[in-house]
Write a protein that binds this ligand. Structure first.
Ligand SMILES: NC(=O)c1ccc[n+]([C@@H]2O[C@H](COP(=O)([O-])OP(=O)(O)OC[C@H]3O[C@@H](n4cnc5c(N)ncnc54)[C@H](OP(=O)(O)O)[C@@H]3O)[C@@H](O)[C@H]2O)c1
Length: 343
C-alpha cells in the first residue's frame, strides 16, 4: 500500500474556511471509496451513496445511503435529507466496454443522473469525475483546450453529464486518466491488479500494443478531488499520470517485477481485444493545474515507480472477489465475466 499521507499529496480541507463540512459522494465503488476516505480524513462529514450497500474495504465505516441517480425523486430526496455543502459525482457505470454495448442505459444514468443532480443542487458545488474518453484519441495526449469528440458511448455519456452540470455554474469536471492501485477486493479489479494476478498464475495475458494511457494512482485522484472540491474553480481540469505508457509495455514491466516469463505477455491489436472501443490514446495532461494554488505540491506518481512499490507491498493474491451474476441489481454491471475488459 502506498502511504496516502506521503508529502507529495498532503490532505487539505475539503473547503474554504467555514466551508463545506458535509460532502455527499454519489457512487460507492473503487474511486468513490478512496475519495470519501480522503475527504473524511480532512474532517468532512461524508456520506457515500449507491443502489446497493458497498462492499469494498475503503467504504468500511463510512455512512451510506441508497440512491439510484437515474431517479429524479430519489436524488431530490437524498439531497434534501443529507443537506450537503458539496457533492462529488463518481458513480458508474464505469465499464467502457459495457457502455458501448448498452449506450442508452449508460446515457440514462450519466446524463440522467447529472440532470437530476443539477435540478436538486440549489447552487451547491459539484465535482464530477470525468474521463479522457471525451477525446477521439488521435493526439498523443490532450490538454483542457483540446476539442472534445468522444471516442465511444461512454465518452458521449460522460461529456453530456459534464455539460448538464456546467449549466449550474458551480461545477468542476476533473477528467481523470486510467486509474490504478492495488485493488484486491474490488468488483472489477483494475489493470495492474488483474495483470499481476494473471502473470503470477503463469497464465498468458493478451494486451493491446496500440493503446496508450497516462495511468494515475487512485491516491492521487483522491488528493486532487479533495483539494479541488474546496476551491472556487469551475470548468475542466485534467489529471493524468506523468508517463504515457502502452498497455503492453506496462504489462511487461509487471511481468519483470513479478518474476513471470515476459513471453506470457501477448501483444495484440486493440481492435481484436475487449479494448476495441477505447481510443488509441487515452492520455491527459493539464494546461491549467500548474496555475491552481490548491494543487501546489500534489505531483502524481510515475506509474512504473508506483507499480514497483505496490507489487512489492502485495506479494501474494487473496481469493478473487466475485459478482453474483444472478443478482438483478447488477443490471448495469457486466454479468458475464468473460466479456469484461478490466479498466
Ligand atoms: N476507474 C477509472 O479508471 C476511471 C477513470 C476515469 C473516470 N472514472 C469515472 O469514475 C466513476 C467511478 O468509477 P469506478 O471505477 O469507481 O467505478 P465502480 O467501482 O464500478 O463504481 C461505480 C459505483 O457507482 C454506483 N452506481 C452505478 N450505477 C448507479 C446508479 N444508477 N445510481 C447510483 N449509483 C450507481 C455503483 O454501485 P451500485 O451498482 O450498487 O449502484 C458503484 O458504487 C465513473 O463515472 C467513471 O466514469 C473512472
Amino acid at each position: 500500500m502506498i502511504d496516502p499521507d506521503r508529502p507529495t499529496t498532503p490532505a487539505r480541507s475539503p473547503g474554504p474556511p467555514g466551508g463545506p463540512g458535509r460532502v455527499l459522494v454519489l457512487g460507492a465503488g473503487y474511486l468513490a471509496g478512496h475519495i470519501a476516505r480522503r475527504l473524511a480524513a480532512t474532517g468532512a462529514a461524508v456520506t457515500v451513496s449507491s443502489r446497493r450497500p458497498p462492499a469494498t474495504p475503503e467504504t468500511g465505516g463510512l455512512r451510506w445511503r441508497p440512491v439510484d441517480v437515474a431517479a429524479p425523486a430519489a436524488v431530490r430526496e437524498l439531497l434534501g435529507a443529507e443537506r450537503p455543502d458539496a457533492v462529488v459525482a463518481v458513480h458508474g457505470p464505469s465499464d467502457i466496454t459495457w457502455c458501448e454495448d448498452h449506450a442508452d442505459a449508460a446515457l440514462a444514468v450519466h446524463l440522467g443522473g447529472a440532470r437530476n443532480l443539477a435540478a436538486a443542487l440549489d447552487g451547491r458545488r459539484v465535482l464530477l469525475i470525468s474521463t479522457d474518453n471525451v477525446f477521439p484519441g488521435h493526439a498523443d495526449s490532450c490538454g483542457e483546450s483540446a476539442p472534445c469528440a468522444p471516442a465511444n458511448a461512454y465518452g458521449r455519456a460522460k461529456l453530456a453529464a459534464e455539460q448538464a452540470l456546467f449549466a449550474t455554474g458551480a461545477a468542476l469536471a476533473l477528467r481523470v486518466s486510467l486509474v490504478y492501485g492495488w485493488d484486491d477486493a474490488g468488483l472489477r479489479p483494475n489493470f495492474l491488479t488483474t495483470a499481476a494476478r494473471t502473470l503470477r498464475r503463469s497464465e498468458p495475458l493478451r494486451v493491446p500494443d496500440d493503446h496508450w494511457n497516462t495511468p494515475v494512482l487512485v491516491d492521487d485522484v483522491a488528493a486532487w478531488t479533495t483539494a479541488l472540491l474546496g476551491s472556487p474553480h469551475t470548468g475542466t481540469v485534467h489529471l493524468g499520470g506523468p508517463r504515457r505508457v502502452s498497455r503492453v509495455d506496462w504489462a511487461r514491466h509487471i511481468a519483470r517485477l513479478t518474476g513471470a516469463d515476459p513471453g506470457l505477455v501477448v501483444p495484440a491489436p486493440r481492435d481484436s481485444t475487449l479494448y476495441a472501443c477505447r481510443p488509441r490514446n487515452a492520455c491527459l495532461h493539464s494546461e491549467r493545474a500548474a496555475r491552481l494554488p490548491e494543487l501546489r505540491g500534489l505531483r502524481p506518481l510515475d506509474v512504473l515507480d508506483a507499480t514497483r512499490t505496490l507489487l512489492s507491498a502485495n506479494p501474494t493474491d487473496p481469493a478473487p472477489f466475485t459478482i453474483d451474476p444472478a443478482d438483478p441489481a447488477d443490471s448495469t454491471r457486466p454479468a458475464d465475466s468473460a466479456r469484461k475488459a478490466t479498466t
